[in-house]
Write a protein that binds this ligand. Structure first.
Ligand SMILES: *[C@@H]1O[C@H](CO)[C@@H](O)[C@H](O)[C@H]1NC(C)=O
Ligand SMILES: *[C@@H]1O[C@H](CO)[C@@H](O)[C@H](O)[C@H]1NC(C)=O
Ligand SMILES: *[C@@H]1O[C@H](CO)[C@@H](O)[C@H](O)[C@H]1NC(C)=O
Ligand SMILES: *[C@@H]1O[C@H](CO)[C@@H](O)[C@H](O)[C@H]1NC(C)=O
Ligand SMILES: *[C@@H]1O[C@H](CO)[C@@H](O)[C@H](O)[C@H]1NC(C)=O
Ligand SMILES: *[C@@H]1O[C@H](CO)[C@@H](O)[C@H](O)[C@H]1NC(C)=O
Ligand SMILES: *[C@@H]1O[C@H](CO)[C@@H](O)[C@H](O)[C@H]1NC(C)=O
Ligand SMILES: *[C@@H]1O[C@H](CO)[C@@H](O)[C@H](O)[C@H]1NC(C)=O
Length: 479
């Protein structure tokens, strides 16, 4: 193990994005989709536009991490090599009025967000370049690269990017805001953008920065040593209380926490549950004032020590189930200001336990994860021109409820789906605080919880006045 602590993160320069999607499953007539595919193919060629009989079609359409998103059958898959190819594809999609989906890392648990039936799938798998400019202290990268590769590539330059926490996650993370272990000091990952290349729905390529003509688009697209201790179930209430105290009291921007409660079905069918605290501190020692309460709770095992940034990201790969499972996310948010108490933190853990216990015969595993968002993180975003999320200046925790189905099961029973929706209705949630996009369920109206909802709606109307994207691609609702 190398005795290196994470170093100063550098600014990010991010490749490419299509604008703000939404959910709804609608049919496009196969003929128009075929026309769009044929037109794109006549310009881009057979190797870039793959139809179901071509060799790279299956790989791209079944690439997503989430089994649900491997069940779609696009009319064709476009595999662009550069922005020009993306523009050509988007122009055809727009002209023939067809459904489409965009896939970068493909790690989303939102069903239908990165694949489509009878429409055009733009898969970025051939666009994974990355470079670092030491003079400008910026990273330039294309959408298909994953955070594990970015971190590994930049380690030799002594750069720790503010990006994903799990190595398999891709660059789409940024569009939802992005929670990093470096976020308390450096803001949401998206707060570190310098410049964005964006292909609008009609195929126009624009470059957006904080100060140019597309500054509104730039802001709207921002929303969008590691330590372990494993806690036995009997002390879950104490852990929930310690998380609340952490969120309320810790102001040190060098400290970050990802604490999750997990439950697994064992091979003999019994349920086991546990809690893991990933305590990240960017410094030479772990301050007792920050982590003392968590560390004083009896734990089965602890691993405390210095890690390099790549070692940290690699260590986060482990709890993540591999491809081939149906995945469903959902979010809540709990504030921990002076007026709040720890009861809602304890209550949501109990509701997660109840769900897991009720549906244990139909699941592989569940997770309830807490990510504190300190005031320092919110302030960084405001100083860098603001983002769409724009939370109140009160500390809160993003909360993710993850459901993993057994291997190879591509459907969820209606009773378990009802139980999941009941969880979202009844689990405590602080009004006025934003849900974290990348951890939400398709039915949760995330944009409505943003501080800049009105701004986001206006910006969306400006850049997509015919609401093309909302009508033709799946994703979050509310614009
Ligand atoms: C990606 O990198 C390769 C090799 O360095 C280069 O040939 C190609 O032009 C780059 N693509 C883009 C879009 O910059
Ligand atoms: C984009 O890539 C295509 C090959 O897919 C190539 O023919 C074209 O010249 C490239 N355009 C630019 C601007 O690099
Ligand atoms: C098919 O595309 C044409 C434009 O090329 C459009 O006028 C027509 O409405 C589309 N059909 C459907 C069913 O969307
Ligand atoms: C940007 O806006 C300025 C005036 O606000 C205008 O003169 C200029 O042409 C615009 N540039 C682009 C690329 O639209
Ligand atoms: C975990 O603790 C809860 C109470 O907090 C209890 O209801 C449940 O049975 C426990 N589960 C296990 C596996 O010990
Ligand atoms: C560390 O913090 C815990 C909880 O706040 C406290 O009980 C303990 O006494 C502290 N230890 C030291 C060495 O200060
Ligand atoms: C849960 O998923 C993991 C990872 O794919 C697998 O190893 C394990 O056997 C699964 N357990 C059950 C009960 O499905
Ligand atoms: C536990 O979950 C079941 C299934 O969703 C639900 O019917 C029941 O009301 C829940 N109980 C509590 C106490 O939340």
């Amino acid at each position: 193990m190398k005795n290196i602590l994470p170093r100063k993160p550098r600014l990010l320069l991010y490749g490419l994005a299509c604008f703000l999607p939404r959910a709804s499953s609608r049919q496009t007539t196969t003929s128009n989709a075929t026309l769009a595919c044929n037109q794109a193919q006549s310009i881009l060629g057979d190797s870039t536009v793959q139809t179901p009989s071509d060799s790279d079609y299956a790989g791209a359409s079944t690439a997503p991490w989430n089994l649900f998103n491997t069940q779609f059958k696009p009319a064709c898959v476009v595999l662009p090599r550069n922005n020009t190819d993306v523009q050509v594809a988007m122009r055809s999609i727009f002209q023939f009025d067809v459904d489409y989906a965009v896939q970068a890392g493909g790690h989303s648990a939102m069903k239908g967000w990165n694949n489509v039936n009878n429409g055009v799938l733009i898969s970025f798998e051939r666009m994974d370049n990355i470079s670092y400019d030491a003079a400008k202290d910026t990273i330039t990268f294309e959408p298909a690269i994953r955070w594990g590769e970015i971190v590994a590539t930049l380690e030799s330059q002594g750069v720790a990017p503010v990006g994903g926490r799990i190595d398999d996650v891709g660059t789409g993370l940024l569009l939802g805001g992005g929670l990093s272990f470096l976020s308390p000091a450096h803001g949401f990952a998206a707060d570190n953008y310098v410049e964005l290349d964006i292909v609008l729905v009609d195929g126009t390529l624009v470059t957006a920065t904080e100060t140019n003509n597309y500054s509104d688009l730039f802001r709207a697209l921002k929303g969008g040593a590691n330590r372990f201790g494993i806690y036995p179930n009997s002390s879950f209430d104490a852990v929930a209380q310690a998380v609340f105290h952490y969120v309320r009291d810790v102001e040190d921007p060098n400290a970050a926490l990802l604490l999750y409660f997990g439950a697994l079905v064992l091979p003999d069918g019994t349920l086991t549950s546990f809690s893991i605290a990933n305590m990240f501190y960017n410094g030479n020692s772990l301050p007792n004032s920050t982590y003392g309460e968590l560390l004083s709770i009896p734990s089965i095992s602890q691993s405390l020590g210095p890690l390099s940034w790549p070692e940290l990201v690699a260590s986060m790969a482990e709890p993540q189930p591999a491809n081939g499972h149906g995945q469903l996310f959902g979010a809540s948010v709990l504030a921990a200001g002076e007026d709040h108490d720890d009861l809602s933190f304890i209550d949501i853990v109990h509701k997660w336990q109840n769900f897991t216990f009720t549906f244990q015969s139909q699941i592989n595993s569940t997770v309830l994860a807490f990510t504190p968002v300190p005031v320092s993180q919110i302030t960084v975003g405001k100083e860098r021109g603001g983002n769409a999320i724009d939370p109140p200046l009160i500390p809160y925790s993003a909360i993710q409820f993850q459901l993993t189905l057994p291997l190879g099961v591509p459907t969820i029973s209606s009773e378990m789906e009802e139980g999941r929706q009941l969880f979202f209705q009844e689990a405590p949630r602080s009004p006025g605080f934003p849900l974290y996009m990348n951890e939400c369920d398709v039915k949760q109206s995330v944009f409505e919880t943003y501080g800049q909802y009105e701004f986001l709606k206006q910006t969306y109307m400006k850049y997509d006045p015919t609401r093309f994207n909302v009508r033709h691609t799946n994703g979050p609702q509310g614009l």
